[in-house]
Design a protein. Structure first.
Length: 137
């Protein structure tokens, strides 16, 4: 009696398969494994492509940003340097022009034997300007 009870339990828990059932089951598992392997391969390739694309986009964005910043900085520095050089050249030209103008005035005054006016012109800006107008300098 107990043996029969145990046999029913054994039959419920353990099932005996035929060789054909085993082959079908193994084939099914092999197919599922192949599908899983294929899916993992496709997924790995998709991840690889996504990473590559993200790196390319990041590189492109970084390059664009770097170029923009470089251009802005270069333009700023170029403008500053150009302004400084322009101011320096302008000052040098102004000094040279003023020196030449005063030298021309001194020459005119000496040619007219007005040496005292040279000293006064060197000290008095208003008088100096009047002499420039007088001589058309």
């Amino acid at each position: 009696d107990r043996a029969n009870e145990k046999r029913e339990w054994v039959d419920k828990v353990f099932s005996v398969s035929t060789i054909e059932e085993d082959i079908r089951r193994e084939a099914k598992w092999a197919a599922e494994d192949a599908v899983r392997a294929e899916m993992q391969e496709v997924l790995a390739e998709a991840v690889k492509d996504a990473r590559k694309k993200a790196m390319e986009e990041g590189l492109q964005e970084g390059l664009q940003e770097g170029l923009q910043q470089g251009l802005e900085q270069g333009l700023q520095e170029g403008l500053q340097q150009g302004l400084e050089q322009g101011m320096q050249q302008g000052m040098q030209q102004g000094i040279q022009k003023g020196t030449n103008k005063f030298a021309a005035l001194v020459e005119k005054l000496f040619s007219e034997n007005r040496q005292a006016d040279v000293l006064k012109a060197s000290e008095d800006e208003v008088y100096r300007e009047r002499l420039f107008r007088e001589f058309g300098i």
